[in-house]
Design a protein around this ligand. Structure first.
Ligand SMILES: [Zn+2]
Length: 339
């Protein structure tokens, strides 16, 4: 269908074409199911992408050389043999385990991504520890033991640089005419900086999430639904939002790899309730300590929230046993006692 309409589509490998059509259909069906489920907020109306930065191949259209140093694309475009540079060792995997190959254009060059199907599960000893995490702007997170992880320095440092580069791009922008080379250069510089920040962010999220999962058996965290987050034009806020979201994704990933329990908790009331007696103690964003007039406990505001997240998480995790705890069990108990 597509191939008949566009000449260039014909040149592309049929599977690469299929992959991009698959992605389009996935976007459309996601939009309809979001509408059907009446999910509030944005429904993710599918966008027609003007500039596509990647091509995806499934199992045909590409070939790896014997020494796995070169990737050859065998579809209509004469990109030919690509030398793979980098440290990632592909020797470790069987060719048949490579399910997809993706060529991605980034601000600083072209990248080949290999999607490899392996069941990664690592056997670990139980740590006998559980933890709740509260994320916030002042610290990256505070855990239920009161430990705080600072926001990484690169977040603050890169904000300034990004702002400066953005200003330069805007200054060089011309309306109603072609853009100058200086504009293109400065735009690429901004894109490279964004790329660098996103790589630092990923690195930070991966390391921290792995550490948290390795040192705990159960991790409860606030489910910050990115969907519901108001679009904020403050750079600091948007960078930390993205960092938290990434951190959550990697928590889930490592949770599966290390066979640990991860629980996403709805964020309502976690900061207002007292973690000891459960009474509501209202506080504004600037109130940094939780002082309960009902039970007298004094705690750091974020530690109190982290404790609430842990309690909520444990209560929603479910109970796996021989039989469900129901009315029958209760009746048996009391019947025995009175005999
Ligand atoms: Zn209390």
């Amino acid at each position: 269908m597509l191939a008949a309409n566009f000449e260039w589509a014909e040149k592309l490998n049929s599977m690469a074409r299929q992959a991009s059509a698959d992605r389009a259909w996935a976007a459309i069906s996601r939009f309809y199911s979001n509408c059907k489920k009446k999910i509030p907020g944005k429904k993710g109306f599918p966008k027609f992408k003007k500039r596509v930065h990647s091509v995806e191949y499934k199992t045909t259209g590409w070939k790896l050389s014997e020494d796995r140093k070169y990737l050859t694309l065998t579809d209509g475009f004469d990109i030919g043999r690509l030398k793979l540079v980098g440290t990632y060792d592909l020797h470790f995997y069987q060719i048949k385990d490579i399910k997809r190959v993706r060529l991605v254009k980034r601000a600083d060059g072209y990248y080949a991504q290999f999607c490899i199907a392996v069941d990664r599960e690592i056997k670990v000893e139980p740590t006998k520890r559980v933890i709740g995490l509260d994320v916030g702007l002042n610290h990256f997170y505070t855990d239920s033991d009161g430990n705080k992880v600072e926001n990484p320095r690169f977040l603050r440092k890169s904000q300034k640089a990004l702002k400066r580069l953005q200003r330069r791009v805007s200054r060089k922008f011309r309306t109603r005419t072609t853009q100058s080379n200086n504009y293109k250069k400065s735009r690429n510089k901004l894109a490279r900086k964004h790329l660098k920040v996103s790589r630092q962010r990923k690195d930070f999220a991966v390391k921290l999430a792995k550490c948290v999962i390795q040192s705990n058996d159960v991790v409860a965290y606030e489910n910050l639904q990115v969907r519901n987050m108001v679009k904020n034009h403050k750079l600091a806020k948007s960078i930390s939002d993205a960092s938290w979201y990434l951190f959550q994704c990697w928590l889930e990933y490592f949770g599966r790899v290390y066979a640990k329990i991860t629980i996403a908790v709805p964020p309502q009331w976690t900061s207002q309730n007292c973690s000891k007696c459960g009474e509501i103690v209202t506080k504004t964003l600037s109130t940094r300590t939780h002082q309960c007039p009902h039970c007298g406990i004094v705690l750091d505001r974020d530690e109190n929230a982290a404790l609430n997240i842990l309690t909520k998480g444990l209560s929603t995790a479910g109970h796996v046993g021989i039989s469900a705890w129901g009315e029958n069990d209760l009746w048996k108990e009391s019947g025995n006692r009175f005999r």
